[in-house]
Design a protein around this ligand. Sequence first.
Ligand code: TRP
Length: 335
Amino acid sequence: MSIVRVLTGITTTGTPHLGNYVGAIRPAIEASKDVSTEAYLFLADFHALIKNQAPDQVAQSSREIAATWLALGLDPEKTFFYRQSDVPEIAELSWILSCSAAKGLMNRAHAYKAAVQANEVAGEDPDFAVTMGLFSYPILMAADILIFNAHKVPVGRDQIQHVEMARDIAQRFNHHYGDIFTLPEAVTDDNVAVLQGLDGRKMSKSYGNTVALFGTPKQLQKSINKIKTNLLEPGDPKDTDDSTVFQIWCAFASDAERDLMRAAFADGIAWGEAKKQLFERVNDELAPARASYERLMAAPSEVEEILQQGADRLRPKSQALIQQVRRAVGLRAYC
Ligand code: TRP
């Protein structure tokens, strides 16, 4: 049986929150343990530059995200864990691909279209603040995926289009230059919870309703206390269906604990008490990883070394692929 290569990237912007943990980090680390697959997980720091041009924030966020994944149990011996910018072949491939990828394909990308539309609504020039990075970002993403000939790309729904574009770009390249790239496939997991934020909408940095993953226990408690609830009094039976407290509880609890909390809701548990239990449950799960996180944040050279080793293990693969691509397109030594 041939090995399945599973690859995904994490854009290094912002500070990880509980929604990232439940929706992306935890399932990806679980999946990376599957011995029938080869897992590639990388810090998409070239992508971060599209969204953030503040150098210190770019650097800080990359460090925090690397430490977060390691603290939560990503095993760099069993997974290819690397920083995109440490693999220069990705940028090189991105250029070569951009010479055969159709501009019309990029015009259809959701992120670009949304930016243009927002400008039109605001009465601005359609290209206002649209960088070439934003416009051609699906090509960089295609290079991320194709450089290691990934078979499967686990992503959120908003990214499916980009993986399909990578497939289109690969197909077109193969058609013109010969069979070089594996055609990748997006995979989405419907069982993964989309966590609700403090206001009940999807937890997202852009809504400002997040709970930080590795704040202090006090900060965690404070955030949980801010979760919006209804005005029902202690003793009033409470509905689990529209409760953010219950939803977050379920993302951390076992089946038995979920049933217990459901019964407590029916019995009229006070909101304060439900939140206290939620805090304790989440805090218990995160405490050991929080300690590792703090240790790793204080030991940047350790993290740096892990990432350098990741890149060292991978570069032979990316170099071999780029050589093949160069030859195919006609960039060849003269003798
Ligand atoms: N664009 C992805 C996101 O914003 C991150 C990403 C970059 C990625 N390169 C990738 C995901 C390659 C999968 C494969 O979520």
